[in-house]
Design a protein around this ligand. Structure first.
Ligand code: CS2
Ligand code: MG
Length: 412
């Protein structure tokens, strides 16, 4: 029987190799190290403080093997429950403990979760454009890289760049889109839902004509529609067979999805801004969604996301983990281990990080032919380089807000 692995220290590491990341490093008395991702885009230091000031002092001396017990302790003893800051902090601890357990066992984390249920995790890439020509180049570049599932975002004529549009021409080289801006504190984008909803079906009609029926196409509406607008857009998109329509309405009121469901069979994905199984209760038990967008990083870690996905599995709802570049390589690795192990895996979002990120985080996950594998290193398979991290100091960056043409603040 394995003895206890007492926790010696928990350090919070904040670095900014091209963008900000918060990483928790837990070290046992025997010197085994585990890493957890605690990055909450635009609010990074709130989680860093939660971990440094409130969680790290509680961890010293605990047995790193007791993952479930530590999760329940951190969740219940805080008294004030849930929310993105708390659940990202708990997630980081949880990931680091799974990493430690894997390193001690000499096994990759997916083996500890029950072993592989598939050879690799299907991933979707991003393509976007200022117009259809630009979008076409972007889609062709992703197809050449072997992706079989692609998210399409395009600027609406007369409305500026808007959500999800890469600033450079996206053909050739790494695809980049980073909504958090260092340019200033209050960045705003203009928005007109009616214009967008009129424009989008034609974009997907064009895409099917241009790229055929085989490629899986996705779209993110980023919380901007009313229930009736969402129902109608879902219906208008049906001929183009989307893999999913994401975040069609703001998520605070899940019951509005009932109306959307009554009018469309376009698959619905929701939940990147939610962070617990309780937030998903209505969405799942009433089968109002097809895919859970929660991430390991913001949803209490591997332990809690697995619980949520097991619940979803009873309703034929699948995973679709959030994976833009604000999920660090540690969070991405944790997601991939879970993707490989669970039965109800759907798809994984993937956007490659900037080259500087690889200087700080050494990863063992790999991409090939539209799929990813977490690798077979013990634990999560990610190492952190402190010397490299010291070259990239934290620099504040904030997500934008959206404003309607008449000046009204809107959901971004
Ligand atoms: C997006 C994200 O990946 C997605 O689906 O909705 O890019 C989201 O905007 C960012 O995570 C915000 O930090
Ligand atoms: Mg999204």
């Amino acid at each position: 029987m394995t003895g206890a692995a007492r926790i010696r220290s928990a350090e919070v590491l904040v670095a900014s190799p091209s963008r900000n990341f918060v990483t928790l490093r837990i070290t046992t008395e025997d010197g085994v190290v585990g890493l957890g991702d605690a990055t909450l885009n635009g609010r990074e230091l709130a989680v860093a403080s939660y971990l440094r000031d409130h969680i790290a002092p509680l961890l010293a001396g605990l047995d790193a093997h007791r993952i479930e017990d530590t999760w329940q302790f951190l969740y219940r003893s805080a008294y004030w429950r849930r929310g993105p800051v708390t659940m990202s902090a708990i997630a980081a601890v949880d990931m680091a403990l799974w990493d430690i357990k894997g390193r001690i066992a000499g096994l990759p984390v997916y083996q500890l979760l029950g072993g592989a249920s598939r050879e690799g995790a299907l991933v979707y890439a991003h393509a976007s454009g200022a117009d259809l020509e630009d979008l076409g180049d972007s889609v062709r570049a992703r197809l050449e890289e072997g992706y079989r599932a692609i998210r399409l975002q395009v600027a609406v004529p007369g409305m500026g760049a808007g959500y999800g549009i890469s600033s450079g021409r996206a053909s050739g080289g790494r695809y980049t889109y980073e909504p958090a801006k260092r340019a200033g504190l209050r960045v705003e984008e203009g928005w007109d839902t009616a214009r967008y909803a009129r424009h989008l079906p034609g974009v997907f009609e064009w895409a099917r004509h241009e790229f055929g029926s085989e490629v899986m196409l996705l779209h993110d509406a980023h919380h901007r529609l009313t229930p009736t607008q969402a129902a109608r857009l879902g219906r208008d998109l049906e001929p183009y067979d989307l893999f999913w329509l994401e975040d069609c309405t703001p998520v605070e009121n899940p019951e509005v999805l009932r109306l959307v469901r009554q009018h469309t069979v376009t698959p619905i994905a929701i939940g990147e801004v939610l962070n617990s199984v309780w937030d998903f209760r209505t969405l799942i038990s009433e089968q109002l969604i097809d895919y859970v967008r929660a991430s390991v990083t913001h949803t209490g870690g591997i332990t809690h996301l697995r619980r949520l996905l097991d619940f979803a599995a009873q309703y034929q709802i699948k995973s679709g983990s959030h994976g833009p570049t604000d999920i660090s390589p540690v969070g991405m690795a944790a997601a991939l281990h879970l993707d490989l192990a669970i039965h109800n895996f759907g798809i994984q979002e993937y956007m490659a990080h900037a080259p500087e990120v690889a200087e700080v985080f050494r990863t063992s996950y790999r991409y090939a032919d539209g799929s990813m594998h977490p690798g077979d290193e013990p634990g999560l398979g990610v190492d952190y380089d402190d010397d490299a991290a010291a070259r990239f100091a934290y620099s504040p960056a904030y997500l934008p807000a959206a404003r309607l043409v008449d000046g009204t603040m809107h959901d971004w």
